[in-house]
Design a binder for this molecule. Structure first.
Ligand SMILES: [Zn+2]
Ligand SMILES: [Zn+2]
Length: 401
């Protein structure tokens, strides 16, 4: 099966190449250039913008509705949430996202298989499975219910101390995690911990990193506060998620060690602007204001230091608003509008930058996997045009258009 995308303005994941034809054979890009060939499917892209399929580098296939995660998780059967998450998968791929890195949600593991086997439409999923959290950590949404309930409900694998962390890492890898997600500081939506509080010790995180490395993968750390982030970076994690309160010193260390940053502006703006309306808890509303202010400065410094910035929404529930599942392009848009990235930098954040974490997608070139989105617009000048996906090709197959 051959597909030809003819004459579009091509952004290859790094820069705009100009008008090119792209020939796809099987799952791969066979040729990029001015091509005199025929194919089984031809897409006329002459007035369109062609770029790698986008990547949401921080998402949760939670499958719930509304921002009250405790209620959603306790009141609704987890199977209903999984079924709802299947509809998210199709919306997301149709929006032009061919890869999603799920940063902590058991649903992502079966969903990954369903998509891979082709009986559910969706993006390629890189799944963390259950995140690892310390006792009294961000992995527990509620600190007033029995600790075991948090594990039972799938929020997190709780572990404390080196031995326990080693075992927890092995358990989630056994469950099918592609990488390991840890909670290295308190968070916004967890009940009683503070975003600036460090969680896990250097020894604990090092032990988890060691287990990840043994199976050829890495650790991603949720971290708002500077101290927890610094400990995680020193212990060898490969990405800092959120990073809201990072100091220049920690960012410098991230740059030196090649640690990526995912600012997650979509969830931040959704909770800040509409939190009350969508049922976010009182503690969440109070904490979001505290972490939000510093974020543009963090992104600016990260950019200056040459840190790899990833576009990750951190969405994990349906909001019914302008920032929502299926509108994951909100993140590169906000990276421009709030993070002051140039459009081309935001496009890289949503495509080729994920390769820093080993994912083989996000680039249009000969021999690469054919994950491609054709946009009716020009996001290099109008970033909001990212919402106009017209054709989507995933692993060489036309999934939209
Ligand atoms: Zn987080
Ligand atoms: Zn998250």
């Amino acid at each position: 099966m051959r597909t030809l995308i003819r004459g579009g303005t091509v952004f290859d994941g790094f820069d705009v190449l100009g008008k090119r034809d792209i020939l796809i054979e099987g799952e791969l890009i066979k040729e990029v250039g001015t091509l005199d060939v025929r194919a089984d499917i031809e897409i006329d892209a002459r007035d369109l913008f062609v770029m790698p399929g986008m990547v949401d580098a921080h998402f949760h296939f939670g499958g719930s509705k509304g921002g009250d995660l405790v209620k959603a998780t306790l009141v609704e059967d987890s199977k209903v949430r999984l079924l709802r998450a299947t509809t998210w998968a199709s919306k997301i791929v149709e929006a032009g996202f061919t890869t999603v890195r799920d940063c902590g949600e058991p649903n992502a593991i079966p969903l990954r298989q369903a998509v891979k086997e082709g009986w559910i439409k969706g993006p390629n999923i890189i799944a963390a499975g259950r995140p690892l959290s310390q006792t009294f950590g961000h992995g527990e949404f509620l600190h007033t219910i029995p600790l075991e309930w948090n594990e039972y409900l799938g929020f997190a694998q709780i572990c404390d101390g080196k031995e326990s962390c080693i075992q927890a890492a092995r358990r989630v890898l056994r469950e099918g995690s592609d990488f390991i997600k840890i909670m290295a500081t308190g968070g916004v939506l967890s009940q009683r911990d503070r975003p600036e509080w460090p969680q896990f010790t250097h020894e604990e995180i090092s032990a988890i990193v060691h287990e990840a490395k043994k199976v050829g993968t890495y650790v991603a750390a949720h971290a708002h506060g500077d101290e927890g982030a610094r400990i995680a970076v020193e212990a060898g994690v490969k990405s800092i998620e959120h990073g809201s309160l990072l100091s220049e010193q920690t960012l410098k260390m991230m740059a030196e060690k090649g640690v990526a940053l995912t600012p997650t502006l979509s969830i931040q703006e959704l909770i800040y602007k509409h939190g009350k309306q969508i049922g976010v808890s009182e503690w969440g509303l109070e904490k979001i204001a505290q972490i939000r202010e510093n974020v543009p400065k963090v992104i600016d410094t990260a950019k200056r230091f040459g840190i790899t910035i990833l576009a990750g929404t951190d969405l994990g529930f349906e909001s019914g608003l302008e920032i929502d599942v299926g509108k994951n392009y909100t993140e590169p848009i906000l990276l421009v509008e709030i993070g002051a990235l140039k459009e081309i930098e935001a496009l890289r954040a949503a495509t080729s930058n994920i390769r820093k974490l080993g994912a083989k997608t996000g680039v249009i070139a000969k021999g690469e996997v054919a994950d491609i989105v054709v946009i009716d617009g020009d996001p290099t000048t109008q970033i909001r045009d990212l919402s106009k996906a017209k054709f989507v090709v995933k692993r060489g197959k036309l999934v939209k258009g």
